[in-house]
Ligand binder design. Structure first.
Ligand code: GAP
Length: 544
């Protein structure tokens, strides 16, 4: 088991190194030492991420056939798009609940000056010569046990050969279940009692609006999700387009969360992009729509090539659900940085009932005696006043008025890119030009996601081959991202394209000049076929 984890971590390290080396992902502001939780996408990365977002936008919105009932859907439906601002009226976040509730618990260490997420800390009691300490770790999975061992050794000041003198008792438990902070030794501390009491920390980035900003009314927030922009525009969309319930509004855009401990490459970032749909439906049909969207989104990842065995669809238990949610499922991926058997969330599909639209009509809601009611302050007035606008809907088919229920498939673009990168990463052996086995790193990305679809390679820089290759490059360029490369041996050029995830290479050689055919090399099967040069454009367009 530890061996498997180690392999996975070193695999993750190799993926991160490829991402940097080949210009997929860089640390933000790297020349100034980087900024934790912020990432830049390089030339290949930006193309991969854009292809992913375009695939989502096409498959969910523009490519959706609104005249047909899709398999598994209760009815035909419409989809439209939206692009809202990052900074919105502060009342949006008060009514949505983010202002009061969008926080994590954090804990500081006075000795190491490090900050941790309270729910990420675990510990175990250890004793040495009558001294009993609660050793705390911020590691998870297989690394936890080894980390506890070294921290315990340090805390008791033991040499390696004395480690066995330390005895452990009980299981590893969350720090939150052990109130004994005085005996707790922080994950990077040597002395007990240096962890502070846990404190709440709102994850929204705060800013001020206007040059003379100063009082509390100028406080604004960078959006922590794109969803609220959709809810507050529900009526605008309804009034200005011809959509009728059931319909969905999709949006792709940046979101910001001041995560206490960003980690695992881009998995938990402070600035990231979301791809969210708010789907509005008749309350009586909402459970069916929830199931439809859960299954539809699951299939999307499979269709784009994620390995089914590494994906998990997890329905939340009742006690995991938000107070307003009728049902939520997560689509999760077995990222290599996680311990065997652990999964990380790619997307959540939530049945949110009428919570969001009602919150923006009436004010912030809370659940009391099983009912959603407006939360009131000590003066009996709404704690956070809603817009007062009527966001109900008159259904001219059923002749009823209702507040639509919402199904929300909410995906992270950066997490999806990371999952596709990890899944596509392979190391194998291929024969080199002399037929000898050569190890290669290859990204087996789905052609729709691949940053470059085809590379055009003249075998040598003479004999008219570059001219033919240039013409072919120009005839492909209007239809797909392609690249011309004449530098280095053809073997090295194939290797460069394999690392970039390019599904096809076209080689122009001596035979091309004689019979007007080129070699089409397939990245995954390594099959090389001769194709008439005139047929190449249509053939690749078909394959894409
Ligand atoms: N509107 C619902 C919502 O925002 P969420 O589960 O908090 O739900 C949705 O976020 C998705 O956004 C997640 O499944 C994940 O893919 C992505 N996401 C959330 N926080 C993230 C972070 N700190 N870094 C990268 N992606 C994140």
């Amino acid at each position: 088991m530890p061996m498997e984890k180690q392999n996975d971590q070193s695999r993750m390290d190799r993926i991160v190194s490829l991402a940097k080396r080949r210009g997929f992902i860089f640390q933000s502001s790297e020349i100034y030492g980087g900024l934790n939780g912020f990432w830049d996408y390089g030339p290949l990365g930006v193309a991969l991420k854009r292809n992913l977002k375009d695939a989502w936008w096409h498959d969910m919105l523009t490519g959706h056939d609104e005249l047909a009932v899709p398999p598994g859907a209760p009815a035909a439906y419409e989809m439209v798009g939206l692009d809202c601002t990052i900074i919105m009226h502060p009342q949006v976040w008060k009514c949505s609940g983010h202002f009061d509730l969008f926080h994590d618990w954090m804990i500081d260490c006075r000795e190491s000056k490090k900050r941790y997420r309270y729910d990420h800390l675990h510990g175990r009691w250890a004793t040495h010569r009558g001294k009993r300490l609660f050793i705390v770790t911020d590691q998870s999975g297989d690394e936890m046990a080894a980390h506890l061992q070294t921290r315990g050794q340090k805390a008791f000041g033991l040499r390696a050969k004395q480690v066995d003198e330390m005895t452990w008792e009980g299981d590893v438990v969350p720090l939150a279940s052990e109130p004994a902070l005085a005996e707790a030794v922080g994950p990077d501390a040597t002395e007990p009692g240096t962890l502070t009491a846990p404190r709440e920390f709102n994850l929204m980035f705060e800013t001020r609006i206007g040059a003379l900003a100063g009082d509390d009314d100028d406080r604004a927030f960078l959006r922590p999700e794109t969803a609220q922009g959709i809810f507050v525009n529900f009526k605008n969309v309804l009034d200005t387009s011809r959509v009728r319930v059931p319909f969905g509004i999709g949006q792709i855009g940046k979101s910001f969360r001041n995560e206490i401990t960003p980690r695992n490459f881009t998995f938990r970032s402070r600035e990231f992009e979301q791809m969210e749909i708010e789907f509005f439906c008749r309350p009586a049909d909402s459970t069916e729509w929830y199931r439809y969207w859960r299954d539809r989104r699951w299939k999307w990842y499979l269709d784009l090539g994620l390995t089914e065995g590494k994906l998990q669809l997890r329905e939340h238990d009742k006690d995991e659900l938000s107070h307003y949610s009728v049902g939520t499922a997560d689509i999760e991926y077995a990222f290599p940085f996680l311990a065997a058997g652990e999964f990380g969330e790619l997307e959540g599909i939530a049945h949110r009932g009428d919570f969001d639209l009602r919150s923006h009509m009436e004010g912030k809601l809370v659940r009391r005696d099983g009912e959603l009611v407006v939360e009131t302050g000590p003066d009996g007035k709404p704690r956070h006043r809603g817009s007062g606008k009527d966001l109900s809907y008159f259904d001219d088919v059923s002749r009823e008025r209702y507040v639509p229920h919402v199904i929300e498939p909410s995906a992270g673009a950066d997490r999806a890119v990371l999952a596709f990168l990890c899944d596509a990463y392979h190391e194998d052996e291929v024969p080199d030009e002399d037929g000898k086995p050569r190890s290669r790193t290859v990204l087996k990305l789905h052609p729709r996601l691949a940053p470059i679809k085809v590379a055009i390679l003249p075998l040598v820089k003479k004999d008219g081959m570059p001219e033919v290759a240039t013409d072919l490059y120009r005839s492909l360029k209007p239809y797909m991202a392609c690249m011309y490369d004449e530098k280095g041996s053809v073997g090295r050029r194939y290797a460069r394209q394999d690392e970039a995830g390019t599904p096809w290479c076209l080689t122009i050689d001596g035979q091309t000049l004689a019979d007007k055919t080129v070699t089409l090399r397939d990245r995954d099967s390594l099959v090389q076929e001769r194709v008439p040069i005139d047929a190449v454009v249509d053939m690749l367009r078909d394959r894409l």
